[in-house]
Design a protein around this ligand. Structure first.
Ligand SMILES: Cc1cc2nc3c(=O)[nH]c(=O)nc-3n(C[C@H](O)[C@H](O)[C@H](O)COP(=O)(O)O)c2cc1C
Length: 211
């Protein structure tokens, strides 16, 4: 089995969660060996990193007592992370930026922790060309910085999923059939890459054990 975690960067239950639900459902149709879980920043208190240096100094997790650590533990369990963010002023939401800034311990204290994971990105904007591409790039940069491997879209879908919600939540996003397909195709590709990687890794490890 492989696990794909969908991470919603929206503080609201709207278009982004809908897109993610549909994309995760598509990933499950790819193979019975795919399980999924949706997690969200909505309703969570996640402060941005304040650069105090505690994690680097003490070689341990962040000392800010909020909802980041349990969220982090879910991400650590995942083989693939499908991140969807609304476009907020042409980029990913401040909530997603906060999450990524707080992933610092995984780089400095537990190096290698994220190196076998894959991520793919979806941007959901209220305007048709309102910054979905920039948001996808932003997400790729944020998670790539954490040494997570990037999975891009099918040919013609470019770097990630791009959905136009028309500022009308799930209903608006559902009407963007072309955009929704970029998200569901991307999710299936992420599932495929994770499955092949895991099976390949098993084989590779066996070969190494057998000399
Ligand atoms: C603070 C803020 C900034 C926004 N900036 C943009 C923007 O730059 N481009 C755009 O297309 N939509 C923008 N929007 C609209 C949202 O991206 C859009 O409504 C999206 O569907 C919200 O996702 P949600 O329904 O999951 O909350 C903005 C919304 C907010 C609240």
């Amino acid at each position: 089995m492989i696990k794909i975690v969908g991470l919603s960067g929206s503080p609201r239950k709207g278009a982004t969660e809908y897109v993610l639900e549909q994309a995760l459902a598509a990933a499950r149709t790819f193979s019975p060996e795919v399980e999924t879980e949706l997690v969200t920043v909505r309703g969570k208190k996640i402060a941005p990193c304040n650069g105090c240096g505690y994690c680097k100094r003490e070689k341990t997790w962040c000392c800010i007592p909020d909802d980041m650590q349990p969220l982090f533990e879910t991400l650590i369990e995942a083989d693939g992370i499908l991140v969807a963010s609304p476009v907020y002023v042409m980029s990913a939401t401040p909530q997603i930026h906060a999450v990524c800034s707080r992933m610092r311990p995984a780089m400095h204290c537990y190096p290698g922790m994220l190196r076998n994971k894959f991520m793919a990105a979806i941007g959901v904007g209220g305007t048709r060309n309102g910054g979905q591409e920039q948001t996808v790039t932003d997400l790729i940069n944020l998670f790539g910085t954490r040494a997570i491997n990037i999975v891009t879209n099918e040919s013609g879908g470019y770097t990630g999923g791009k959905v136009w919600s028309q500022d009308r939540g799930a209903e608006g996003a559902a009407e963007d059939e072309i955009g929704m397909k970029t998200a569901t195709d991307l999710a299936k590709k992420l599932a495929e890459v994770c499955l092949i990687y895991n099976k390949g890794k098993e084989l590779y490890n066996k070969e190494r054990e057998n000399g």
